[in-house]
Design a protein around this ligand. Structure first.
Ligand code: SF4
Ligand code: SF4
Length: 158
């Protein structure tokens, strides 16, 4: 298994230390609780011995992401655009809603935002709702080529 290395999920680890006894290189004996990748030779002994299934063998290199055609990316953007329009409509409805409808509409807006994030990720664009992403979108909204989609995305995440 030299193409793999061990990863410990510290939340599952019950600290019975079996992996420390079986590891031939001392890679599991680490003060941080993380397995030392530089010492791990990928033998898998720790993963087999762990009673809590806290250790997973993961590949040293991940395969390249699947390349998507422009047609697929365009379609993902089209669906995302539709979702953005839905959010705009829902926001308008929200402004005129009675108290009992508010939570449902807010939930729909939230779920649409999650779907947009997933669509953007599928289209090979990461769109976390952090400050830096919003800053990037705000810059893109001033660019002639990207202003339409960037402005829409920016508004939908406000
Ligand atoms: S064998 Fe598993 S449960 Fe025990 S210390 Fe190692 S990782 Fe934690
Ligand atoms: S895979 Fe082998 S070398 Fe790597 S941490 Fe586990 S027991 Fe040690």
């Amino acid at each position: 298994m030299e193409d793999f290395h061990a990863y410990r999920n510290i939340k599952l680890c019950s600290k019975d230390c079996l992996c420390l006894f079986v590891c031939p290189t001392g890679a599991t004996n680490n003060e941080t609780g993380q397995i030392d990748f530089s010492k791990c030779i990928g033998c898998g002994a720790c993963a087999v011995s762990c009673p809590s299934r806290a250790i997973t063998m993961i590949p040293n290199t991940m395969p390249d992401p699947q390349v998507k055609s422009k047609k697929v990316i365009d379609k993902l953007f089209e669906i995302a655009n539709n979702k953005i329009s839905e959010i705009e409509i829902l926001k308008h409805i929200l402004e005129n809603s009675k108290n009992e409808d508010v939570r449902l509409i807010e939930a729909l807006i939230y779920s649409n935002k999650i779907v947009i994030e997933d669509l953007m990720r599928e289209a090979d664009f990461m769109l976390p709702q952090g400050k830096k992403s919003l800053l990037l979108l705000s810059r893109l909204s001033k660019n002639e080529e990207t202003k339409d989609i960037a402005s829409k995305l920016l508004n939908s995440f406000k």
